[in-house]
Design a protein around this ligand. Structure first.
Ligand SMILES: Cc1cc2nc3c(=O)[nH]c(=O)nc-3n(C[C@H](O)[C@H](O)[C@H](O)COP(=O)(O)OP(=O)(O)OC[C@H]3O[C@@H](n4cnc5c(N)ncnc54)[C@H](O)[C@@H]3O)c2cc1C
Length: 289
């Protein structure tokens, strides 16, 4: 490992200023679960790591009129502990619970998980399905980025140089809506997904509304399957339609061959898991009604 300095700012402004000083040689440090490996493998060689651990406003979850505000330094395990609380979508909790092992969930942060931009990470699937928004602060000030515009390419996000992701906002969900996260793990329970799907939908009478379908490990970025959403919106769920939705998902995804399966296998599994996830979400939405 090459030498680097660890800086410990006490405010977001101080962290932004430190990152600006170091330019490309500085990196925010959150839980370190991904960054430590990147540094050890010399894939990145920063001279300064700007730790976000001592900035109190980056930690915790607040309920506001526009939704749930989750600080970037909130650990995955803290999201699991929100289970059953008012205004907390079950889909959110269920997805964070499926990340790796308890050890990783105790360390990895919500912001680090998004900024890393790995298309196989679980949380982006749920956050896309829940219409989440990222708030970032940088040298040019503050801006928000809808999550469906946040992921750009493999390990590349819309964050500009020197910007820090400060929080993720999960808006209030439509009435009578329900969500499901299905992660296909043929190897071990703590593995990254071979393919995974998050679905959020509501029932307007017997018809589907507010449909979101998001996949991870399905291409270069965590993706929304918009064509599938459009196919389902306003329709009465029936077996043929869900089958069609699965087939459509298969034609949209663009996975890679890797140790978790061939690209062809993953496409087939995308069809199966999209079908199953929609079916399960419909059942849950009916139970909510
Ligand atoms: C063995 C193992 C298995 C794993 N399995 C899974 C899994 O199955 N599913 C899953 O979803 N995840 C899994 N993870 C976790 C995931 O891959 C990342 O390691 C984790 O989400 C990164 O979070 P972190 O807080 O540790 O970020 P860090 O490692 O600290 O940072 C990651 C990157 O984001 C940048 N960054 C961090 N915070 C910010 C911020 N607030 N603003 C701007 N940039 C920032 C850093 O500079 C760095 O480039 C696994 C990790 C390990 C080590």
């Amino acid at each position: 490992m090459s030498d680097f300095e660890v800086l410990r700012p006490r405010s977001i402004e101080e962290a932004v200023a430190q990152l600006a000083t170091y330019g490309e040689d500085g990196r925010p440090l959150a839980g370190g679960t991904a960054l430590a490996l990147l540094v050890k493998q010399r894939l990145v060689q920063p001279t300064a790591l700007v730790s976000l651990a001592e900035i109190p406003e980056l930690v915790g979850v607040r309920r506001e009129a526009d939704g749930l505000h989750i600080g970037a330094m909130t650990r995955h395990a803290a999201i699991e502990r929100l289970a059953g609380e008012d205004g907390v979508p079950a889909l959110l909790v269920e997805t964070y619970r499926r990340v790796a092992t308890r050890r990783i969930r105790n360390q990895a942060t919500v912001g680090g998980g998004l900024a890393h931009g790995d298309p196989a990470q679980d949380p982006p699937a749920a956050l896309l399905a829940l219409d989440a928004i990222a708030r970032v602060v940088g040298p040019a000030g503050e801006r928000t980025i809808p999550l469906d515009q946040f992921f750009v390419d493999y390990y590349e996000t819309a964050l500009r140089p020197g910007e820090i992701l400060t929080e993720v906002i999960v808006p209030p969900q439509p009435a009578r809506s329900a969500g499901v996260y299905l992660k296909f793990l043929p190897r071990t329970v703590d593995d990254y997904a071979t393919i995974a799907v998050a679905v959020r939908l509501s029932l307007a009478g017997r018809t589907l509304a507010d449909v979101r379908v998001a996949l991870i490990a399905a291409g270069s970025i965590p993706m929304r399957a918009r064509a599938v959403e459009q196919l389902l919106e306003g329709e009465v769920p029936r077996h043929g339609l869900l089958h069609e939705a699965g087939d459509l998902a298969k034609s949209i995804v663009d996975p890679l061959d890797d140790v978790r399966g061939s690209a062809d296998y993953k496409r087939e599994m995308a069809a199966v898991f999209v079908h199953r996830a929609i079916e399960a979400a419909v059942e849950r939405a009916r139970a909510e009604a």
